[in-house]
Design a protein around this ligand. Structure first.
Ligand code: NAP
Length: 272
């Protein structure tokens, strides 16, 4: 597994997404992923699956220092007391003494960003999270967090895949050496059926989904967290690291439409 170094942590570049997996199915999927060699699990209080993930981690008996766990605070809890309460609940459900990354899940227009980040930073100083970060932050807001508030942001987790351009955000992140963690890296599964990716995959004896993942992981400073409930898909996504894409492949992928945003909730940020 390859890693990204950021703010004192070592982030495995391929992780397991867990949105829309709950209960026994989630526990089984996470156990399967850990057995296959995944060491980066992405969850959030909003996913309602931290207990299942905690159970899977407890069963796996992997050295804590070899495991990376990210969880997130939901936008309804973006005030100091509520953040601390949400964090305590997440940690308890995960059965952990600390998480590796604690993220603001979505920004809110009426939040006090300084107070939010100071609260997260306190948790880091207390050793309860090893690093802090954000998700769904457009460039302007990220700039405030990094340049004005000077928060040690370890990543911005955003939607990124073969069908969505993130050039502007990536350029900014690169200037600050902040990794981009790509969510919906398979465009919620759509990438698996794309004819261009299928054709590229055929050339390399790989699937379209594997091509989509390798395209992301070939980029500096990018990690990806595909969700896969099936063991075969989990394994295929790990194996994607071994494919070698060439210039012709990258050119074909550059020609795909780049405006397919899968996650754009009402009241969400202005992406430009
Ligand atoms: N921060 C945020 O606001 C935010 C928002 C959205 C998502 N996320 C995170 O990002 C993760 C990933 O995003 P996502 O779950 O929305 O979408 P995704 O990872 O792009 O796509 C998941 C879909 O792809 C399928 N799949 C996985 N591997 C495959 C393979 N090798 N071949 C064919 N199909 C494959 C899965 O099927 P099966 O499950 O049936 O195996 C599932 O239907 C989430 O689970 C969550 O952890 C974060």
């Amino acid at each position: 597994m390859e890693y990204l170094q950021t703010q004192g942590i070592r982030l495995p570049r391929l992780g397991l997404g867990t949105f829309r997996m709950q209960g026994e199915a989630c526990r089984a999927a996470v156990e399967s992923a850990l057995a296959l060699g995944y060491r980066h699990i992405d969850t959030a209080e909003m996913y309602g699956n931290e207990e299942a993930i905690g159970a899977a981690i407890a069963t796996a008996r992997i050295a804590r220092s070899d495991l990376h766990v990210t969880t997130k605070v939901w936008h309804e809890n973006l005030a100091p007391d509520a953040i601390r309460k949400a964090f305590d609940a997440s940690l308890k459900k995960l059965r952990l003494d600390y998480v590796d990354l604690y993220l603001v899940h979505w920004p809110r227009s009426d939040m006090n960003l300084q107070a939010v980040l100071e609260t997260l930073l306190k948790l880091k100083e207390q050793g309860r999270t090893r690093a802090i970060g954000v998700a769904n932050f457009p460039v302007a807001l990220l700039r405030t967090a990094v340049e004005e508030i000077k928060a040690p942001i370890a990543c911005n987790q955003v939607e990124y895949h073969v069908m969505l351009d993130q050039t502007r955000l990536r350029k900014y992140l690169a200037t600050k050496a902040i990794p981009l963690v790509a969510y919906c890296p398979l465009a919620q599964g759509r990438a698996a059926a794309d004819p261009t990716l299928v054709a590229i995959g055929r050339k390399h004896g790989a699937s379209a989904a594997q091509v989509a993942l390798k395209w992301l992981l070939d980029q500096d400073g990018v990690a990806a967290i595909p969700k896969a409930s099936r063991r075969e898909s989990q394994r295929a996504n790990l194996d994607a690291l071994n494919i070698g894409l060439d210039d012709e492949d990258r050119q074909a992928i550059a020609g795909l439409p780049k405006n397919k945003r899968c996650v754009d909730p009402a009241g969400g940020p202005d992406w430009d």
